[in-house]
Structures are given as C-alpha cells and as structure tokens.
Design a protein around this ligand. Structure first.
Ligand SMILES: Cc1cc2nc3c(=O)[nH]c(=O)nc-3n(C[C@H](O)[C@H](O)[C@H](O)COP(=O)(O)OP(=O)(O)OC[C@H]3O[C@@H](n4cnc5c(N)ncnc54)[C@H](O)[C@@H]3O)c2cc1C
Length: 408
C-alpha cells in the first residue's frame, strides 16, 4: 500500500479540517509550520470559536474547577494568514462529490481531515440517550454542573425527595473514574453550602465489567484506586449492566432499581454519527483507517481522533484518547505536507506514552512504561501531562494563563 500525492483541480490543494479538538487543532498548527506559503490552502471548521480541553472536562462538570479553565479561543491558536477558520456546524459530508455541507453553506475540498470527536455510545440501552447526561463538551458539562447544584437547591425546598441526593455515574473506565473522583470531592462542599446532612448523599459508580478503572491497569493499582474512591464515599457496583435508564433512576440487569436525581453516562464512546450518515463503513461509528490514517473507501479522506479506529503494532485496537488524537494530528501534518510536494509519506505508528487517571484532589493512578504510579506522585504527573498539552498547543503563555488548571 502506498501513499498517493494530493490531486487538486486548480493547482493549490484545498485541505479542509473538520473539528478543532485535540486532533484537528494539532493537525492545523503543524500544517501552519510545515507548509510553505501557497503550497496548499487550509480551512479549519468547528461549531465553536473555542477549543476545549476534553480531558479536563470532568473537573468543571463536577464543579471543582471553572469552565473557563477548559476553554481556549481558536483565534489564539491559529495564524489567520495561514489557516482560514470557519465557525459553523457540519451538517453532512459528501465524499463522492468532495463537499461538506455546513450550517452556513458548503465547502469543497481536495483533502478532508475528519476530527469531529466522539459521541456517547449508549449500546441501545433504553432511556440512556433521553435521561442520562454526558461529559462531551463545555455545554454538556455546564448542564451537569448546574443540575447537581440545582439538586441540592431543590432538596432544601422539598426535603422528602432524598433521591435528589443520589448521584449515579455509569461507567468506571477513564472518564467515569475521573468524574467520580471529582464529584466525591465536590459533594461534601455542596453539603456544607446548602446545609445538607452528608449521610443523605449517595454516589454510585456502576460498571458492566467486573473491574473498575481504565482497562489494562494491574490489579494492585485497581485495588488502590477503588480503595481511595471508596474511602471518599463512592459505592461501586461492578458486573452490573444497566437494563434501563429512567427519569427517576436506573434499573440494573439484576432487577435492582436505584432511584437517582442525577445520572451521568460514561459508559462508552463512539465515532461521530456524520461519518456513517455519509456512507463510511464504521464500527461503533469509527472508521478503521489504513496505515496513513485514510478511509479505505475514499483515499482523500483522513480520519483522526475518536472518529478513527487504529490497530497498534501488537494487533490490538488502540483506545480512543487525546494521546492518540495528538499523535495522529502531528503525523498527519507531516504526511500531508509530504503529499502536496509529491513526496513519499511514512506510515503512522502509535507510541503509547502511558496512562494516568485522576482520582480527585491529590490522588491519581497510572502506568508509564513498566512503572506503576499512584497517590500524590501520580497526581503531579497528571498535572504535568495537562501542562504539556497546553504547552504543545499554546506555549508558555497558555500554560501561565490557565494556571495549569486548578492547583491543590
Ligand atoms: C472527562 C474525560 C477525561 C478524559 N481524560 C483523558 C486523559 O486523561 N488522557 C487522554 O489521552 N484522553 C482523555 N480523554 C479522551 C480524549 O479527551 C478524547 O479521546 C479526545 O478529546 C479526542 O480528540 P478528538 O480530536 O477526536 O475530538 P475532540 O477533542 O472531542 O474534538 C472534537 C471537535 O469537533 C467539533 N465538532 C463536533 N461535532 C461537530 C460538528 N457537527 N460540526 C463542527 N464541529 C464539530 C467539536 O466542537 C470539537 O472541537 C478524556 C475524555 C473525557 C470525556
């Protein structure tokens, strides 16, 4: 399999990048550095005029940090002389006509990069899409935060409604664990603020598989993480798939019903629906890309981040993470720059740098290479990872502006 040079109608290839998330922003920033003026036109499309640091959203969602900490204006990240930014929602991709339909018009392309991120995978469980909230964007996060605060306010007026003080997080992988850790820190603060007896508050983390925390963590780290969170008041229900999500709680497969005023779904991610609607072959909404991150059906469409399905050197599916999206973005810029010059591109190789999951204030768990990290050291490393990403996209000024999110 080889990588073909980019073909264009008028000589200047038009590269259109959809989505300004981890993958999209890094692609565009690297293209700005690598492409010489006039070599290609680059257009970035996103529905917001800001980039959000998705891996940080669990904190503003729980209310342990400001929403502002996760938001970075796109204008501060791109060079308008080298990248045209179009703020608009993508409505439809037409890969046969090489056109993208936006809320505000249409865009033609020679090369398309799809980095539209993921959506909650509900596995068709009744009621999840309707009644559960999810941590996907600044808007969904704002809703969760306000809803939690509102639950306490309403309980103060209607103290018989104790279910308002039950919080259910479905999914105990990366996102669920990080959110539950923050929420466990936040709930005592809210109890104090609203004068609520903390013994009335319940926080469940429900998981279909028999183990919690990100997949692949060694058993001693899983035990440590679960102990930390259990001591903070998290009640685990493992090997407990959800049968139904209702407006007033969740029904487990075993028949137990947990009345709850708040249900947050962190049970899985799928690729953006626009891909399958456009006729791309997908698995859980993700396109299994070739060695150069292209769609096997359309050689001029590249798919990155949560929209893509990548198989690693070990033959296993690489989990959808910011780490993967950033590496893909950096690679793709090199690959596209080579292509516009008619040069040969090397295949993409994913290099796993480790996984660190936060457990709330001052604690985390992680595996980096053969090293197992936990406690304060791991939480410091987590902050360094956050800082590194900010540095990557915005240099020291952005790191300083965001104050490395919230310090303990
Ligand atoms: C709470 C949480 C914690 C996480 N922690 C980590 C972590 O510690 N480490 C890690 O590596 N990964 C982590 N992840 C996963 C990581 O955030 C994602 O894998 C990563 O964001 C995927 O990048 P992406 O570029 O595919 O999409 P995203 O970063 O989600 O960006 C998608 C972009 O597309 C735009 N968009 C979407 N639809 C449209 C449309 N129709 N029209 C126009 N624009 C659109 C969005 O506005 C956004 O700009 C975490 C995720 C969550 C939710």
């Amino acid at each position: 399999m080889t990588h073909t040079p980019i073909a264009s109608k008028n000589g200047t290839p038009r590269i259109v990048v959809l989505g300004a998330g981890y993958g999209g922003i890094v692609t565009v920033q690297r293209l700005q550095k690598l492409l010489r003026p006039g070599e290609a036109s680059v257009t970035l499309v996103s529905k917001h005029d800001y980039h959000y640091v998705t891996a940080h959203l669990h904190m503003p969602a729980a209310g342990t940090d400001r929403l502002e900490s996760a938001r970075v204006s796109i204008a501060s990240l791109i060079d308008p002389k080298r990248t045209r930014f179009v703020r608009s929602a993508v409505r439809r991709i037409d890969p046969k006509r090489r056109v993208v339909e936006l809320e505000s018009g249409t865009l033609e392309y020679d090369v398309l990069v799809v980095g539209l991120g993921g959506e909650p995978e509900t596995f068709g469980i009744p009621g999840v899409a309707e009644h559960a909230m999810n941590i996907r964007s600044l808007n969904t996060v704002r809703r969760i935060r306000e809803h939690i605060e509102m639950s306490f306010e309403t309980f103060k007026r209607e103290p018989h409604r104790t279910e308002l003080l039950t919080f259910v997080v479905v999914g105990a992988g990366f996102t669920g664990t990080e959110f539950v850790g923050e929420l466990a820190d936040r709930l005592p603060v809210l109890c104090k603020k609203y004068g609520v007896d903390p013994s009335l508050v319940k926080l469940y983390n429900i998981e279909a598989s028999p183990t919690a925390l990100p997949p692949g963590f060694p058993p001693e780290l899983v035990r440590y993480g679960m102990n930390v969170l259990s001591r903070k008041g998290v009640v685990y229900k493992l090997a407990s798939p959800i049968r139904e999500c209702r407006p007033d709680g969740v029904l487990l497969n075993g028949g137990e019903f947990i009345p709850a005023g708040t249900v947050v779904w962190a049970g899985g991610v799928r690729g953006n629906r626009l891909l399958e609607e456009a006729g791309f072959e997908t698995s859980r909404g993700q396109v299994a890309v070739d060695l150069y991150l292209r769609s096997p059906q359309f050689a001029n469409v590249y798919v990155i981040g949560d929209c893509s399905l990548v198989v690693g050197l070990d033959g296993k599916r690489v989990p959808s993470t910011g780490q993967l999206a950033v590496q893909q973005g950096a690679y793709l810029a090199r690959c596209l720059a080579a292509s516009v010059r008619g040069e040969k591109a090397e295949p993409f190789v994913y290099r796993h740098q480790g996984t660190v999951a936060s457990l709330g204030k001052g604690a985390a768990v992680g595996v980096v290479g053969s090293r197992i990290l936990y406690g304060y050291v791991a939480s410091l490393l987590k902050k360094l990872i956050d800082m590194r990403y900010l540095y990557l996209i915005g240099g020291i000024p952005l790191v300083l502006r965001k104050g490395v999110f919230k310090t303990d």
